[in-house]
Design a protein around this ligand. Structure first.
Ligand code: FES
Length: 651
């Protein structure tokens, strides 16, 4: 039989196929990733390719004008009805006649790369757990009685090699009219947790359906719930939004919520209801933004810390409030939306990443998935700063260790006299002149510094309302550099510092940053504020240092700051404060919301779910509370930057 050479780009895969083979068949045979939803019936146009002509010296082949068969009736009809882009052919209709070079555009690849956002450490390759399949189903026959679902399952097995498909009751409710309306041609959304796993039919549409498939990635934090609505075919984020966690009314931080549940009968249930209602509000908001409804969401991934994990699932977090901090389960979970009262499609899955340990949750696992320390060639310290700091240290050669350290809410501006959440009006950048001790600062919502003309005008609506977490870190570091603060964390008197911004305040001194405005708001840093920051940063540093001890190193190659807070910290100031270990400043980077990115990776790529489950099993968990050296490091790390550890990169 006559054969022809087929070369696919950009993969470079090549091979000979019998003349007359369709491009789609050739792609399957050569293992080329070419999409198809309709199974080669000329309906979906997912199989589009761009044939080249002329000579291709790189591939040592010359392609004739008629290397592919001329348009057949199916392709012509498709072009007439919907229009094929210039130069494109339907791979399932065009047949190979002689040697040919075929380009597969990104939109025709199932496993396409998702366009990477800045700060994302790894690329995401599409491999969603939910995909669409068009099938033609046998009509019922009195002589061979069988159910409609059984014939649909048989069609999926035969036409798509998806044997053993099952369907839930909500699918059965509409199945018979849909099959008849589509004249036995239907499109199914099918969930498969991995290749070869049991397929589950989630939804069926009459005829060919090509609407967007929506998935949801949620980072359920103690303060905010952030969601990304994604297109499960392209990987694009179509809507993002965040709301305050409604559980805040039961307690600002996690431990106060755990105690709320201990003190109040039914308290945990109340918090479970609150967080699920909050999630549903967020889901309604996100879908409305793209003209969809919550039921259009067919797959979801959730990451959160252990307490939120339990409260979301409706498990009393009692055990997490006391040693030995046992989780009800640390395993990953695949649930159905109605089990956790989420207004998604009733057949949609909700996947929860595994928790690493009692204090290191699925959010930390999502950071692992996003930053992949276990694949790093250099030794990387990954720090996610929140009310707890989750710290990971590792590389490909030595594996990964993780711990958490109780930093408290000071880094979020809580328990700081002029502290506040990051919001317009909050001081976020600070500089203090070492000679005059005069501060200048920038507030969120304005690009101007306090000593620039127009600053007060630019912030007229908010005024200067307080200092946020990143602002307080810069403030304390700048105060130390300007000599207002000594290494032990004491604010000097006016005589000692030479500025009357320092004034006696009880038994210590405070530093006045801004005089009272018309509303009586003044910005002051007290010695108690400094103590709070010292405790928080010492906790963070000692956690990191403990992992470095266990690993037997004194330095790390690079540091990744994760979390919304990490994105705003100035590495220089964090190091001057002794919050993070010494490291070349250009090796300190921000990963943005790495937990949210990890959730999105698990949503778009089903293999990533198995991957993170395996990685988490291998992570060595360190419990800081029982490590004697932790206390020692903590005491040393209370000094600014540190009583014993050196910071050569700050010289
Ligand atoms: Fe659907 Fe070609 S595979 S149009």
């Amino acid at each position: 039989d006559e054969t022809a050479l087929v070369i696919f780009t950009p993969s470079g895969k090549r091979g000979r196929v019998p003349v007359g083979t369709t491009v789609l068949e050739a792609a399957r045979k050569l293992g080329v990733d070419l999409d198809s939803v309709c199974g080669g019936r000329g309906i979906c146009s997912k199989c589009q390719v761009s044939p080249g002509t002329g000579s291709f010296p790189k591939h040592n082949v010359t392609v004739a004008e008629d290397a592919l068969s001329p348009w057949n009736a199916v392709e012509a009809r498709y072009d007439e009805k919907r229009g094929l882009p210039e130069g494109r052919r339907l791979g399932c209709q065009a047949r190979v006649q002689s040697d040919v070079v075929l380009d597969v555009p990104p939109e025709s690849q199932v496993h396409k790369q998702v366009v990477r956002k800045r700060a994302e450490a790894r690329e995401i390759v599409m491999s969603p757990a939910v995909r669409l399949y068009y099938v033609e189903v046998e009509e019922p026959d009195m002589h061979e009685p069988s159910g409609d679902l059984e014939r649909l399952a048989a069609a999926l097995a035969e036409q798509w090699s998806l044997p053993g498909a099952t369907a839930g009751l909500t699918v059965m409710h509409g199945l018979q009219p849909i099959l008849r309306k589509g004249e036995w041609k239907v499109t199914c959304a099918v969930f498969q947790s991995s290749e070869g796993a049991a397929p589950r039919i989630l939804k069926v549409w009459p005829g060919f359906h090509d609407g967007p498939l929506l998935g949801l990635a949620v980072d359920l934090g103690s303060t905010t719930i952030a969601g990304h609505l994604c297109d499960l075919a392209s990987g694009a984020v179509v809507a993002s939004s965040g709301i305050m966690n409604p559980q805040i009314r039961f307690g600002e931080d996690l431990m106060s919520r755990v105690s709320y549940s201990m003190m109040n009968a039914g308290g945990a249930d109340e918090m479970t209801r609150a967080v699920r209602e909050g999630m549903n509000r967020l889901i309604a908001e996100l879908t409305a933004e793209v003209g969809a409804v919550p039921r259009d969401i067919l797959d979801a991934v959730l990451v959160c810390n252990p307490v939120m994990h339990h409260l979301f699932l409706g498990i009393d977090p009692y055990e997490l409030g006391q040693a030995p901090f046992a989780l009800a389960t640390s395993a990953a979970m695949t649930l159905r939306a109605p089990e956790v009262s989420l207004d998604l499609h009733p057949e949609a899955s909700v996947y929860l990443l595994p928790c690493i340990a009692g204090h290191v949750g699925a959010d930390a696992a999502a950071v692992t998935l996003s930053e992949a320390p276990e694949k790093s060639r250099d030794l990387v310290l990954v720090v996610d700063v929140g009310t707890n700091a989750e710290i990971q240290l590792g590389d490909a050669a030595g594996g990964v260790m993780a711990c958490s350290s109780p930093t408290g809410p000071a880094f979020e501006g809580a328990q700081i006299s002029s502290g506040q959440r990051a919001a317009p009006g909050a001081i976020e950048r600070v500089e203090i002149d070492p000679a005059t001790k005069e501060p200048r600062y920038k507030v969120i919502g304005s690009d101007l510094w306090s000593n620039e003309d127009g600053f007060d005008l630019a912030i007229a609506t908010t005024g200067v309302t307080g200092i946020c977490g990143s602002g307080i870190i810069e403030m304390v570091a700048e105060m130390r550099m300007a000599g207002i603060l000594d290494a032990s964390g004491l604010i000097g008197s006016a005589e000692q510092t030479g500025t009357d911004r320092c004034f006696p305040d009880g038994r210590t001194h405070s530093y006045r940053v801004r005089d009272a405005d018309d509303l009586g708001r003044e910005i002051v840093v007290t010695n108690k504020d400094i103590r709070e920051i010292q405790m928080a940063k010492a906790a963070l540093y000692s956690g990191a240092r403990l992992l470095m001890d266990k690993r037997g190193v004194d330095t790390v190659d690079r540091i990744v700051l994760a979390g919304a807070f990490g994105a705003h910290i100035s590495p220089k100031h964090a190091m001057i404060l002794g919050m993070i270990p010494d490291c070349p400043l250009d090796k300190v980077s921000s990963a943005g919301n790495a937990a949210g990115t990890g959730a999105r990776i698990a949503l778009l790529n089903r293999e990533a779910r198995a991957e993170i489950e395996a990685t988490v099993r291998d992570i060595r968990k360190i419990e800081t509370a029982i490590e004697p050296r932790f206390q020692e490091h903590f005491v040393n790390a209370s000094a600014i930057p540190n009583a014993v550890d050196a910071f050569p990169n700050l010289e």
